[in-house]
Write a protein that binds this ligand. Structure first.
Ligand code: ADP
Ligand code: MG
Length: 696
């Protein structure tokens, strides 16, 4: 990959870090990182989700609880806190021009701040939310208190941004006040006719106006400004996909013509017959690898659909042809699991399989054996490719559970192994139409059917109030020799809080069940391993976990999955978690415990879980139920992580963006025309700098 710096670097301003703000401690500024904001561009791309309208100057006589008003008040009396330890708030009685009264209420007041802000007998402009205490109007912590001559400082329409603990809306507004004047101008990259037809404004104007909304409608996903940004983002993504795809298809690949002996032997040794779907996929991909073109393909299939064996048969074809194969998994745990299964299957065939991880012993020797070709199949984590392990001749690389990569990461990964065929596998099904657009850089194969003989998982949805009953019921399950996964809730975006919840559950359950273990995201993989091992061996019966067990763990004796606060999980995540059970021949069950406060969409999600086990159906439902701005489980689903586009809303824009991308590249394959140059800026703007700087 010519990963040279882009030929069109962003103006320095956009990539500049946030400046220090007066009065904002360093630590607070660091919290912006939690919102994904580290530079000016990320700040400018952080859009408001709602607004506070302070345009009403309702006199107190007409104000109702909940109203946000901006009004002229005179302070009449201060009632300070009687003594410092008192819990009573500081109260200030005020009146408006009609003589109606209101009490401003303040907690945790320090010093004489309020005396200075609201001296008795003086008028101020005050803005905030009105509440009622009995029949007295109150306003707890007004948002603004300014002298009359500074009335202009009250932002009459104030955008409200997504926040996190420690980052206030004021802080974001402050950063933006400094950033917005520097918003750069770009030449238009989109089709002029189309822009006119959609009533779009320019990229810059769209961004600027979203940070100065005049009505709530302006912030809706279908407002022209939001659509403009969504479109730009989708266009950049589609261009990146098309460029990557074009690059792959132009490359030649090794011709892997095996004699079929190893493949036949393995098939004969399997305790089952391949499903029709598996056979079809193997045939198709096997032909792909013989053509002399490089294969870059995504195999989609639900958990348990039997992707591993498909990959294995193709790796054998590569080995038959005298080349090597590599299998990469996202975690050490998963690569070890793959190693155990695959070694057992391939050793009888005289194939040398090795596991290469950070902890591998005799690594030097192992690497030598890989370089000489003595090792046929290497299994490891994604680090395998990062460390650029030298192969004698790598014919096929298989990448398991790839949905965590974006198109740019995929390209970089693929580019690391020249001429090698690439098979990516994803256990997160997404609707086919969407797959074509999200993974348009690759060919797509799907395993829809599951191996026969699978027992359905009895899925129940219960209120959390029945938790003790569930705990009690585990006794029976354990007596039958089964094991249990117990997944603790996502408490917050903070891992610490998630962990606290899991630890609490662990301590409480330990009293009833001493044979119990705990694994969580804060543990290093190596520290999790002994507990996982104990669970696998049956030395413990219950595994308490945060969502770390989500991907790929395979324990056949585990037959019960309990998920606490299931309403907080996204559909695809619930589906992945449930897929951990039902792997053996005993009947399995999944208990989804929900809180009373669960909303309607949450209940709809749980209902889907109860009604189907088909990952593709669940993906469709996920798409349908994913309300605007509903962020639940977005990260875990197979959908790409767009900043401004929402695929459940902007579907029509997606189609247009795809056609537009094709049109642009058709007319100007090297992107050298003025519009092509603008398009490169767009790519850079949406973090596809590799494509912007790519030799086309
Ligand atoms: P995934 O697609 O989730 O990676 P796996 O490849 O791990 O699924 O397969 C899940 C289980 O199904 C494995 O134990 C595997 O041996 C088994 N399996 C795969 N194909 C078949 C088949 N055709 N018939 C019966 N069992 C199968
Ligand atoms: Mg798998």
């Amino acid at each position: 990959m010519p990963a040279t710096r882009s030929s069109n670097p962003l103006p320095d301003f956009l990539s500049a870090p946030l400046p220090p703000l007066p009065g904002i401690p360093e630590k607070r500024a660091a919290l912006m990182k939690k919102l994904g904001i580290q530079n000016q561009k990320q700040l400018l791309f952080h859009l408001p989700v709602s607004l506070v309208d302070r345009r009403k100057n309702t006199p107190l006589g007409q104000a109702k609880a909940g109203d946000i008003i901006t009004i002229k008040l005179e302070a009449e009396e201060h009632q300070p806190v009687p003594h410092p330890s008192s819990r009573r708030p500081y109260r200030i009685w005020c009146r408006d021009e009609q003589g109606e009264r209101i009490v401003l209420i303040f907690f945790h007041v320090k010093g004489d701040y309020l005396q200075r802000q609201l001296p008795i007998g003086q008028w101020r402009i005050v803005s905030g939310r009105v509440e009622m205490a009995g029949d007295i109007l109150t306003m707890p912590h007004p948002d603004y208190i300014v002298p009359l001559e500074r009335e202009a400082e009250v932002r009459r329409v104030e955008p409200v941004y997504p926040l996190t603990a420690g980052v206030s809306n004021k802080m974001i507004l402050n950063y933006l006040k400094r950033a917005l004047p520097h918003l750069p101008d770009y030449p238009e990259w989109s089709d002029a006719e189309f822009i006119k037809k959609q009533k779009f404004v320019s990229w810059k104007e769209a961004l600027f106006s979203l940070h100065h909304p005049q009505s709530a409608e302006m912030l809706e996903p279908l407002s022209p400004a939001r659509q403009r940004l969504a479109y730009d983002e989708l266009l950049a993504h589609q261009l990146a996909l098309a460029l990557a795809r074009r690059k792959h298809t132009r490359e030649s690949g090794q011709v892997l013509n095996g004699d079929g002996m190893l493949v036949q032997k393995l098939i004969a040794s399997l305790p089952f017959t391949l499903t029709t779907g598996q056979q079809e996929v193997v045939c198709e991909l096997s032909a792909d690898m013989k053509k002399g073109h490089r294969m870059v393909r995504l195999l989609q299939g639900d958990v348990g659909s039997g992707k591993t064996i498909v990959a294995l048969l193709l790796m054998l074809q590569a080995i038959e042809a005298g080349t090597q194969a590599a299998l990469m998994a996202p975690t050490e745990l998963l690569s070890r699991q793959h190693y155990n299964t695959i070694q057992a299957l391939l050793n009888p065939l005289g194939i040398r399989v090795e596991l290469l991880t950070a902890q591998s012993k005799a690594k030097k020797k192992l690497q030598q054996d890989i370089a000489t070709g003595a090792v046929h199949l290497v299994i490891g984590t994604h680090a395998l490719i990062e460390q650029s392990v030298a192969f004698k001749q790598l014919g096929l690389v298989v990448i398991d559970e790839q949905h965590r990569f974006g198109v740019q990461q995929r390209l970089q990964l693929i580019e690391k192994s020249k001429g090698t065929h690439v098979l990516m596998m994803s256990a997160t099904p997404i609707p086919r139409t969407l797959a074509l657009t999200c993974y348009g850089d690759m060919e797509l194969s799907t395993l829809r059917e599951k191996p026969a003989g699978r027992k359905p998982i009895d899925t129940r949805v219960l209120p959390l109030s029945r938790l003790m009953e569930v705990v009690e019921g585990l006794k029976r399950v354990i007596a039958q020799g089964s094991r249990i996964y117990w997944v603790c809730p996502l408490v917050a975006e903070s891992e610490d809080l998630d962990l606290a919840a899991a630890e609490q559950r662990f301590e409480a359950m330990k009293v009833h069940y001493p044979r119990i273990g705990l694994v969580h995201g804060r543990m290093k993989q190596a520290d999790r391993e002994p507990t996982m091992q104990a669970f696998r061996k049956g030395e413990i019966d219950i595994l308490i976990a945060t969502t770390v067990i989500e991907v790929g763990v395979d324990v056949r004796e585990a037959t019960v999955m309990v998920i606490e606060h299931a309403e907080r999980f996204g559909l695809s995540q619930l589906h992945q978690l449930r897929g951990r059970v039902g792997r053996g021949d005993k009947p399995s069950s999944c208990l989804l415990l929900y809180a009373d406060s669960a909303g309607r969409t949450a209940h709809d999600r749980l209902k889907v879980m109860r009604e189907t086990e088909d990952g593709f159906e669940i993906a469709e439902a996920d798409m349908r139920l994913r309300g605007m701005g509903d962020m639940v489980g977005k990260k875990q689903s197979g959908f790409p992580d767009f900043r401004h586009a929402d695929l459940s809303v902007h579907t029509s824009l997606l189609t247009i963006a795809r056609d537009d991308a094709a049109y642009i590249l058709n007319r100007d394959p090297e992107l050298t025309s003025p519009r092509g140059e603008a398009v490169k800026k767009l790519l850079d703007l949406y973090d596809y700098e590799v494509f912007a700087g790519m030799k086309l």
